[in-house]
Design a binder for this molecule. Structure first.
Ligand SMILES: C[S@@+](CC[C@H](N)C(=O)[O-])C[C@H]1O[C@@H](n2cnc3c(N)ncnc32)[C@H](O)[C@@H]1O
Length: 174
């Protein structure tokens, strides 16, 4: 994740005055730290990843960054198994950085999880330039194109594409 993407995530979390954020793809916790910096001081980040060692790493990173342990809820598992257990309209922002093949399913779950005025954010939608490359592309790039089209055509979303890092797709739920 580039510094520009991290700064944008902080800004986006602050812009929706985020108290509850759901993150798909904990990784090593870089995006989580940026989100936590932008959230309200009492906000809680719920972060999902099937790899326990990634979440362990992120837990240590959050602690080292000075965040109390009650600022993050780590849920191990695949997003499409975990997200249905999270509350309808219970989140101010959903950050999607998991399996690109599941992008459309993440969008559908995000629409259910977000309150009106909340925001869904997808990282890496440029796919290193492959999204706009006319040559043959892998399925994950096809899925990203479908995601971009679906978001653009949705009457429930007000989208924009921020050209930071590998492309940050953001959309507010109307
Ligand atoms: C690009 S990394 C995330 C990086 C992280 N956001 C950060 O800034 O450190 C992708 C993560 O998604 C996780 N992942 C893969 N498939 C997933 C799924 N189905 N549901 C949730 N997370 C998944 C991987 O284990 C990996 O940690």
């Amino acid at each position: 994740m580039t510094p520009g993407t991290g700064a944008a995530l902080q800004l986006l979390a602050a812009s929706v005055d985020a108290k509850a954020v759901a993150e798909i793809g904990t990784g090593c916790g870089v995006s989580g730290i940026h989100l936590l910096h932008g959230m309200r001081p009492d906000g809680v980040l719920t972060t999902v990843d099937p790899e326990p060692e990634h979440q362990q790493f992120a837990r240590q990173a959050f602690r080292a960054a000075g965040f109390a342990s009650n600022r993050a809820r780590f849920i191990p598992g695949r997003a499409l198994e975990v997200l249905p257990r999270l509350a309808d309209a219970g989140y101010d922002l959903v950050f999607c950085d998991g399996d690109r093949l599941e992008s459309l399913e993440y969008l559908a779950e995000s629409l259910r999880l977000l309150r009106t005025g909340g925001m869904v954010v997808f990282e890496g939608v440029f796919a290193n330039g492959r999204t706009v490359d006319s040559g043959p592309q892998p399925t994950e790039v096809i899925r990203i194109r479908e995601l971009l089209r679906t978001v653009r055509e949705s009457e429930d979303l007000l989208p924009t594409l921020l050209p930071v890092g590998d492309g940050l797709l953001c959309a507010v739920k109307r």
